[in-house]
Design a protein around this ligand. Structure first.
Ligand SMILES: NC(=O)c1ccc[n+]([C@@H]2O[C@H](COP(=O)([O-])OP(=O)(O)OC[C@H]3O[C@@H](n4cnc5c(N)ncnc54)[C@H](O)[C@@H]3O)[C@@H](O)[C@H]2O)c1
Length: 250
């Protein structure tokens, strides 16, 4: 549990049904925020919302659907009266070589990992502008900097795009008192990375390059997100910060 006070704040976390998003939702809730738990999967969204310590609602929405995102943000504001924090976390990692990748796989990576952050930022940005404050946190990846992953071109392109979008959004939204930052995790133990961990030799090689000599767990990402939501980071915007045990040092 981290000592950050987010009482009276309302936070949306996308893709919070499991993994990193679920841990972030829990961390925000532990710090007193009301949490809007989004996921495309109804069962996991409801389960996460039900297990949080504080007030929470589940919002089952495909974040790649622009009109549905607009409706979700409207509903959250109708339900709770405000929206202070958005964590764009929902993501997919389709695997294929460039020569074999289908349009559908490419578009799923770009739309869910990148366009969704634009949709939520546009809709929530209007609410935050009216309030004169807000914090948007985009869960990108070290893959968006300079760590390409084999057979993940759509994913890597979307995460690099997310870092670029974060900077542009931060420049534009600073005038409204809204801060926008990206969090770039290394390999974190979730269902998304289960396949990586099955390849012992590959994992051993990956671990050799991590100064802290372990993979991350979802809770390792939470502290940075809480810092970026809080006033402790009030002079920080447009940054893409790695949380990766030291693997990438920029
Ligand atoms: N796990 C890692 O090593 C790692 C590393 C760097 C970045 N990330 C990023 O962190 C985020 C979370 O990753 P994770 O490992 O927890 O993944 P995960 O697969 O365990 O969870 C992703 C969640 O997003 C939801 N989701 C997928 N498509 C959606 C959609 N269209 N609308 C709403 N929800 C949707 C899924 O249902 C799931 O609950 C992703 O953006 C991922 O790219 C993960």
């Amino acid at each position: 549990m981290f000592n950050v006070n987010l009482r009276n704040q309302v936070a949306l976390v996308t893709g919070a049904g499991r993994g990193i998003g679920k841990a972030i939702a829990q961390g925000l809730s532990d710090c007193g925020a009301v949490v809007a738990v989004n996921d495309i999967d109804p069962a996991s969204a409801t389960l996460t919302a039900g297990t949080l310590t504080g007030e929470a609602n589940a919002y089952v929405t495909d974040v790649a659907d622009s009109a549905a995102v607009d409706r979700m943000i409207e509903k959250i504001v109708a339900d709770f009266g405000r929206l202070d924090i958005v964590v764009n976390n929902a993501g997919v990692e389709p695997k294929a070589s460039i020569l074999e990748m289908t349009d559908a796989d490419w578009h799923s990576a770009i739309n869910i990992n990148l366009s969704a952050a634009f949709y939520t930022s546009r809709a929530a940005g209007k609410v935050m502008r009216a309030a004169g404050s807000g914090s948007i946190i985009n869960i990108a990846s070290i893959a968006g900097h300079n760590i390409p992953i084999a057979l993940r071109s759509g994913y890597v392109a979307s995460k690099a795009g997310m870092i670029g979008f974060t900077r542009e959004c931060a420049r534009e939204f600073a005038a409204y008192g809204i801060r926008v930052n990206a969090v770039c995790p290394g390999v974190i133990e979730t269902e998304m990375t289960a396949h990586l961990r099955q390849n012992v030799a590959q994992m051993q090689k990956w671990l050799e390059d991590i100064p802290q000599k372990r993979l991350g767990i979802p809770e390792d990402v939470v502290g940075l997100v809480l810092f970026l939501c809080s006033d402790a980071s009030r002079y920080l915007t447009g940054q893409a910060i790695n949380v990766d045990g030291g693997k990438v040092m920029l």
